[in-house]
Design a protein around this ligand. Structure first.
Ligand code: FPP
Length: 248
């Protein structure tokens, strides 16, 4: 089936989030160092970002580095941070050509200075772009994000800026790193693992989940289209019955 053609006939999910998993296993299977897996994975990032922009996805969030990834060997962490900097430099043109706005979520202050600077540079350079918002989750952990939000709200209650009875779901959403982004419609994880791994726990409440067997470096535009096609065939009921959804 030509998924790339099929998906354009139906609404495209507004917000897609991806857990890009399997770089290490890809390298190991080929007898290469893990570094090569991440390098190949970066090529996939470019392809999928371009495909998402072409399909008119409005928000694409990529889990590029988790708060737990700091526990990896220092050599691998350093390599990933360098790869982030070189990729941002190299892909600024791609972002400009495709009118992509780059933003980030996570504990950005914990990244090395040069990564923070490059990130800020590319964010500033792309802030007027309106085709698609690309959100890099860097040093990101959902529980950390929720903890920060609850601390901020607790301070506001303490200072009498907010009454605890007025705290609702909307207000919590507005205190997350993702306050400017809509909830996730489709969450994709590659490499056959079926876990959420502390990613956007609040924001995926009603997301459709799609697990691909492909390792991230092998994931193609066709695989991405298949995930969207699969999503389009599902019925999102948001707690309602199927009959209610089809009532006129
Ligand atoms: C998971 O593979 C991938 C990561 C921890 C990092 C994702 C990074 C990239 C795709 C490249 C850099 C990205 C940007 C935006 C420049 P893994 O190492 O956990 O694989 P494994 O589970 O097979 O070991």
């Amino acid at each position: 089936m030509d998924y790339q053609k099929e998906i354009l006939k139906k609404p495209i999910p507004g917000h897609i989030a991806i857990i890009m998993d399997g770089n290490g296993r890809w390298a190991k299977r080929k007898g290469l160092f893990r570094v090569s897996g991440h390098e190949k994975g970066t090529k996939t990032v470019k392809k999928i970002v371009e495909a998402a922009a072409e399909f008119k996805v409005k928000y694409l969030t990529l889990f590029a580095f988790s708060s737990e990834n700091w526990n990896r060997p220092k050599r691998e962490v350093d390599m990933l941070m360098n790869l982030l900097v070189t990729t941002l430099k190299k892909e600024l043109k791609t972002f400009k050509d495709n009118k992509i706005k780059l933003t980030s979520i996570g504990n950005i202050g914990s990244l090395p200075d040069k990564a923070q600077k490059e990130l800020q540079y590319v964010k500033d350079a792309t802030k007027e772009n309106e085709n698609m918002c690309l959100i890099l989750a860097l040093s990101y952990g959902s529980r950390y994000e929720l903890t920060c939000a609850f601390r901020q709200l607790a301070d506001k209650v303490k200072n009498n800026d907010v009454a605890s009875k007025d705290i609702d779901e909307q207000m919590i959403s507005e205190h997350l790193f993702t306050s400017d982004h809509p909830d996730v419609d489709l969450l994709i994880r590659t490499s056959g693992e079926q876990r959420i791994s502390n990613f956007l726990l609040w924001q995926i409440a009603y997301a459709e989940l799609y697990f691909s067997q492909k390792l991230w470096p092998d994931f193609t535009k066709q695989d991405f289209s298949e995930a969207i096609y699969n999503y389009q065939k599902r019925e999102r009921r948001f707690g309602k019955t199927s009959e209610q959804l089809h009532e006129k």
